[in-house]
Design a protein around this ligand. Structure first.
Ligand SMILES: Nc1ncnc2c1ncn2[C@@H]1O[C@H](COP(=O)(O)OP(=O)(O)O)[C@@H](O)[C@H]1O
Ligand SMILES: [Mg+2]
Length: 363
């Protein structure tokens, strides 16, 4: 039974949302719009039976799903397993509060709808988790997605130890295909890190094969539309952020830097610019910025001396501080390290935009 069989539904704010149509439309308002030939607002009369909502999303999550155990917690929300009552399909549900920290409700809702909008734009990419349904209630939203029972790559590594070189190359390949699909749609992922990629299956060694889409990107909360311009907003997880994000002048290659930090951590369980996780946790943002921009990166301890020269070169090319000299996703997908571990056919598919970029493969 596959949870991805359920088609993705639109989670765009509807015309009857409070925040996105400040004039909460009434039946009379629709009638008068029609009479004065102002733009017609389509509102089905049945919608008036539902309680007033902020986003126009369904409000009956609890009548449709049974919530199960907690499987993850991010900075703002919690993720639970849930079962769809009618079908028995197991899903993941991310519950986010409608008011986040110091942000107003309106600003928080904007962020939430940006996240669902990014996911919707990327639904044709096999490496992106299926967004199945969106619900809201008075205080929270509930985003229902395909469940990835293998959990995220951070937990996997913490439980099973660091990845070996081959597994690392296969993860690099999958992540690059997903990030390439983002960039080709003009989207910067913005938060590439092990906790934001989940394993589709609970296999003991999920990296023993190269079948497509065993890895799914699950979090687009920091993604932005690039629109052909340089970006300035400092966003993401600081220790994964590139020097140019700290300098507030960046574009899509910032994701390649984060891929480099992610691979480095997955291989040796240490960040490139810090000796221990404790130091990272205690560091202030400016200290992280300084380390990311200036601390020399070592490739000579732990497992690094055993890695092939191509593997070390790949990670170094991602972690090149000068953005113009850093690889972009296309160049990274042509790096000889991947050719050693991935079949020519799969590489050619990835170069052409197939693989993670097209939904025609069965998951
Ligand atoms: N579809 C899913 N399947 C399995 N685990 C998930 C899924 N979505 C999220 N998780 C778990 O929940 C954690 C937090 O989810 P995420 O979407 O990254 O939230 P946040 O935006 O708060 O970081 C993830 O790191 C992962 O462990
Ligand atoms: Mg996350």
């Amino acid at each position: 039974m596959s949870s991805i069989a359920t088609p993705a539904v639109s989670c765009r704010p509807s015309t009857r949302s409070k925040s996105y149509n400040r004039r909460h439309v009434s039946v009379q308002a629709v009638a008068s719009f029609q009479q004065t030939s102002l733009p017609k607002v389509e509102v089905s009369t049945s919608s008036y039976d539902a309680p007033e909502s902020d986003l126009g999303w369904r409000q009956n999550f609890d009548s449709r799903y049974i919530r199960g155990k907690l499987i993850g917690a991010g900075s703002f929300g919690q993720v639970h397993m849930a079962v769809q009552k009618t079908s028995g399909i197991e899903v993941a549900v991310k519950t986010l509060p409608k008011i986040r920290g110091k942000l107003t409700k309106e600003r928080t809702l904007e962020k939430i709808t940006r996240e669902t909008d990014m996911m919707e734009r990327l639904q044709s990419c096999q490496g992106v988790v299926r967004l199945m349904e969106c619900y809201e209630d008075e205080n929270n939203v509930h985003l229902v997605t395909e469940l990835c029972p293998g959990g995220d790559l951070q937990k996997h590594t913490e439980a099973n130890g660091p990845l070996d070189e081959r597994a690392l190359a296969l993860v690099a390949f999958e992540v690059l295909k997903i990030v390439k699909a983002c960039h080709e749609l003009g989207i910067i992922h913005g938060d590439v890190k092990p906790a934001n990629f989940c394993l589709k299956d609970k296999a003991l060694n999920p990296f023993s094969r190269t079948s497509t889409s065993y890895l799914k990107a699950i979090d687009f909360g920091c993604s932005q539309i690039m629109g052909g311009r340089r970006l300035t907003k400092r966003t993401g997880t600081p220790v994964f952020m590139s020097p140019e994000i700290f300098a507030r002048d960046y574009a899509d290659k910032a994701d390649v830097w984060s891929i480099g930090v992610m691979l480095y951590w997955l291989f040796c369980q240490r960040f490139p610019f810090f000796q221990t996780a404790e130091v990272v946790k205690a560091a202030r943002l400016e200290e992280v910025a300084d380390a990311v921009s200036n601390t020399p990166i070592s490739y000579s301890f732990g497992p690094w001396p055993q890695m092939s020269p191509e593997g070390v070169d790949f990670v170094k090319q991602c972690l090149t501080r000068t953005e113009t000299y850093r690889l972009n996703v296309h160049e990274a997908l042509h790096h000889p390290w991947l050719a050693k571990h991935v079949s020519q056919e799969e590489l050619e598919d990835a170069w052409r935009g197939r693989g993670a970029g097209e939904a025609s493969h069965a998951a």
